[in-house]
Design a protein around this ligand. Structure first.
Ligand code: FE2
Ligand code: FE2
Length: 490
């Protein structure tokens, strides 16, 4: 009996260790919450008020109105919860976007339900949401928008409703994965063609009017004009996606890949003015990418974030070990550990200035301060102690914040391991490399740097294995840093 209890306790302990620690939910101000709630009420009113217009009104009608009203209100709440779950860093602006699009659909239904097909109204917003906030949020939005579409006064064809659900689900699923504007363009051509063919098969050939001279676009229940309108609205949506990106701070895959282009001026400058930092950045990209793939995180985000994490070093490239030729070290000439620590902190502050100037999205600029977290600049702190300076450790720590996401935490760990892995002997065994990686990661963990990152113990284990795999791949083209003693400020 005691054995069973011990085993159960052990299992419970292991299960708890493998769980992701709870993270504080994002804070949305009271006024934003109130506005969001009011918009949800408005959506519910628009979708249900027609049920009260029936005369004579009886109790059953009022009950049915109340039911529809509550249904839509609860659905809107679920939509917000799902979007928060899929995007833990979602801002109130982005929540406004989701519910405003839902409100837009309801308002359009009110005005145009009898003349326009729901396809052109529901599919394009689904594309914006899936691109900016992911497929699950888009699918939830689509289901609420579609089920609240049927207007009591306008009969909707069941087949059309089915086609609407299929097409919008396809757009939601593919939209979240699409990695270039060209693929978006293909989607905006193939979805209308698909909807045209399926309507032709399921609804009937008699509804097609290929040569409709009048009311070409808004022709009543005309399959061809409906599909053409859908294609036009989708093309316009693609044109406007960059505007949505900047207004609502959306970070689409296409935008991420554009930013990851090494010909971008800031990255070009890094490669020319700070070649050592550029090399360091490339290796970190490899380490972080592999680790993020292992834990199922956002690879494109981490790759792009890694590319920009040290751009702040452009303010004084030769003050960083990887850009020195091994002969002159300005820190030795300065001989002031406090001033040296200020130069190191400046690479974060200047990096944030570069990010603002180059209009980098918030999710990318977060990598700049979070990759250093509140780490101690051990080398200079030690120097200060050697000089018997009575100084608080606080002045030798980066200002933070500590990593707030799995991706920025992975970058911090990759940043810490990169110099050590480069400097490692070519004949070192896998166990030695793993030992070095584990020590560095453990020191970050013990220092509390991973507390807000949501990384579980299991994920940290996978990250270690990923770093080891990358080291095994690159050890044959290892480049030794001038000294390993100075790794502390790389
Ligand atoms: Fe850095
Ligand atoms: Fe770095």
């Amino acid at each position: 009996m005691q054995n069973i209890t011990t085993t159960l306790k052990k299992l419970f302990y292991l299960w708890r260790r493998s769980q992701v620690p709870l993270k504080q939910p994002i804070k949305i101000s009271r006024i934003d919450n109130l506005i969001i709630f009011l918009v949800c009420i408005l959506i519910s009113i628009i979708s249900s008020y027609k049920l009260l217009l029936i005369s004579p009104l009886n109790v059953a009608d009022i009950f049915s109105w109340l039911l529809t009203f509550t249904e839509i209100l609860i659905s809107s709440g679920i939509l917000i919860l799902v979007s928060k779950k899929e995007n833990p860093t979602i801002s109130s602006r982005q929540i406004f976007l989701i519910i405003t699009l839902l409100l837009g659909v309801q308002a359009t239904k009110l005005v145009l339900a009898s003349t326009i097909s729901p396809l052109s109204i529901i599919i394009p917003p689904a594309l914006i949401i899936s691109q900016g906030m992911g497929s699950i949020t888009a699918l939830t939005w689509v289901s609420i928008a579609s089920f609240s579409w049927p207007d009591p006064a306008v009969a909707i064809n069941n087949n059309l409703f089915f086609i609407l659900l299929v097409c919008s689900s396809v757009v939601s699923l593919l939209g979240g994965r699409i990695r270039s504007r060209a693929q978006l363009l293909q989607l905006s051509i193939f979805v209308p063609i698909g909807s045209f063919l399926s309507q032709w098969i399921l609804i009937g050939k008699d509804k097609i009017t290929l040569t409709n001279n009048q009311d070409f676009v808004l022709a009543n229940r005309d399959i061809f004009s409906d599909s053409l309108l859908l294609a036009i609205v989708m093309l316009f949506t693609i044109l406007f996606i960059p505007i949505f990106e900047s207004i609502f701070g959306l970070l689409t895959k296409a935008r991420l890949l554009e930013l990851a282009d090494k010909e971008k001026p800031l990255i070009r400058r890094l490669s020319l003015e700070a070649p050592g930092t550029f090399e360091h950045t490339l290796l970190i990209c490899g380490l972080a990418e592999e680790a993020t793939r292992m834990i199922g995180g956002d690879i494109d985000l981490v790759k792009t974030g890694a590319l920009y994490h040290d751009v702040g070093k452009l303010h004084a490239p030769n003050w960083f070990i990887e850009n020195q030729d091994g002969l002159i070290n300005p820190h030795d000439e300065l001989d002031d550990p406090i001033k040296s620590a200020e130069v190191l902190q400046a690479h974060v502050d200047e990096g944030l200035k570069f990010a603002r100037k180059n209009r980098l999205p918030k999710l990318i600029s977060n990598f700049i301060p979070e990759h250093q977290g509140t780490l101690k600049m051990g080398y200079f702190f030690q120097k200060a102690k050697e000089k018997n300076l009575d100084i608080n450790e606080y002045y030798f720590r980066y200002k933070g914040p500590i990593p707030q996401s799995k991706e920025t935490a992975i970058l911090m760990l990759a940043d810490g391991c990169e110099a050590a892995l480069r400097a490692m002997n070519i004949n070192a065994s896998d166990n030695e490399a793993l030992g070095t990686i584990s020590n560095i990661i453990y020191s970050r963990e013990k220092d509390g740097q991973l507390d807000d990152s949501n990384l579980s113990k299991g994920e940290i284990f996978l990250i270690k294995r990923a770093f080891l795999n990358v080291w095994k791949r690159i050890r044959h083209r290892r480049i030794q840093y001038p000294t390993s003693k100075n790794n502390t400020f790389s």
